[in-house]
Design a protein around this ligand. Sequence first.
Ligand code: AMP
Length: 263
Amino acid sequence: MNMRENDRAAWLYGPSAKCRAALTSKPTRWRIVLLGPPGVGKGTQAAFLTEQLGACHLSTGDVFRAARSQRDKTPSPAMAAALDYMSRGHLVPDEIVWQMVCERIGCLRCNGGFVLDGFPRTLAQADSLRKLMEKEQLRLDAVVNYVLPPAEIVARLSGRRTCDKCKAIFHVTSQAPKQQSICDHCGGRLYQREDDHPESIAVRLDAYEKSTAPLIQFYRNRGLLVTVVATGSPAEIFQRTTMALQARRESGQQVGPETYVQQ
Ligand code: AMP
């Protein structure tokens, strides 16, 4: 059994892993969903946000990648099917994603709040989340929608490199590591994700348009949408994100008009 006490990434290691951070309660707790096309920088922003807010960072993509990297274990038939969809750039079927999220329901209940990154990605997933949160009497505080022109998305995805140890993200031109293919932070090996290859990028962008983009209206209708322009450096995008969230909280907004933050 893989027990990692006091580890905010415990949910990555499966339902048996424990996270004791759930015992602390923060007055500034946030429950947030990050929306936006692949490559817009949700993972980087989620890492900044969870660091600042002390919330759980739940990335369904990271769960699938963690399952794939456990070479010593044979994945369950459902997980093996999920990994096959993922490597081709397709969305994993809703039932498998939902089963995985339900296994980690403790993270959604966490008193420190959560940042959902890459989930929900379809209307069915958003509806399942809505029902579950209603049942648990939990309220979503905001949905941050990152926007970026398509050409820039493709450039970001095709140049993205990820550390195989600490998961830090680099870019071959705009955020190059000091030493080629070596992580600046931990010395791990930088690799290109299988689904960042050109043929998979096209499939992923198509899946985003068809299945995920409708969530923008879904959350706009619920007064939860905060739109942030994702151009510039990760630090600039983060500053825009925190400004938008702060403005939302200061205005006491739970249900209200959309917030739009540019430069
Ligand atoms: P990400 O790291 O969020 O870009 O996710 C990588 C891949 O994992 C996606 O392209 C999908 O194949 C799969 N995936 C992650 N989250 C979901 C989800 N909520 N629904 C369906 N597929 C997902």
